[in-house]
Write a protein that binds this ligand. Structure first.
Ligand code: GTP
Length: 185
């Protein structure tokens, strides 16, 4: 059996199509308010252990495809413990890309015997008045590394801290059997 030890510092990376709100989610978490004007890419931030529910220091890493090459993004996935793939609930094409591009890309950059947990994050729920969670079950079934799905809004701060807490929990208390079990004779 392959065991991944619990890391001392959890590294969370946010991926997804341009404009889905990755930087806004990080800055809303840190500043507890929404700003219309955010940089293309947030600086890497460290949340100290004493302000995280699980008491584990946590690094949060933003990804911006206009500022980084795809090779640099792949390196960030290799360093991360948990991957948040963000889409915008008002733009179906950003959810389509989760299944057609981002989940396969994450898989390609994880070791064969250890699939890192993935959180699917539907951002901008302030723009719609229905839930899109039902559209996600098929994806979660096809990709068992999808540990949790969460709907949130960087603008209204709805579920923003919960999203990062869920990412921590996915590393510390995974729901799915993400460890591969070697065949026994
Ligand atoms: P890239 O840097 O291009 O990868 O984009 P990003 O995913 O980091 O998105 P960013 O945070 O720059 O947000 C894109 C746009 O969406 C900005 O105009 C934000 O103000 C807006 N936005 C982000 N989150 C929300 C949200 O929860 N609700 C609404 N209504 N707008 C949001």
């Amino acid at each position: 059996m392959v065991y991944e030890t619990i890391p001392r510092t959890i590294r969370i990376i946010l991926l997804g199509e341009p404009g889905v709100g990755k930087t806004s989610l990080i800055l809303s978490l840190v500043t507890e308010e929404f700003s219309e004007h955010v940089p293309p890419k947030a600086e890497e931030i460290t949340i100290p252990a004493d302000v995280t529910p699980e008491q584990v220091p946590t690094n949060i890493v933003d990804v911006c495809l206009t500022e980084q090459t795809i090779e640099q993004v792949a390196e960030e996935i290799e360093k991360a413990h948990v991957i948040c793939i963000v889409f915008s609930v008002d733009r179906q094409e950003t959810l389509n890309k989760v299944a057609s591009y981002w989940l396969p890309f994450v898989r390609d950059n994880c070791p064969d015997d250890y699939r890192k947990p993935v959180i699917l994050v539907g951002n901008k729920i302030d723009l719609i008045d229905y839930s899109i969670i039902d559209n996600i079950w098929d994806i979660a079934e096809e990709y068992p590394e999808v540990d949790r799905c969460i709907e949130c809004s960087a603008k209204t701060l709805t579920n923003v801290s919960e999203m990062f807490y869920n990412a921590q929990k996915a590393v510390l208390h995974p729901i799915h059997p993400i460890y591969s079990i070697e065949e026994q004779e």
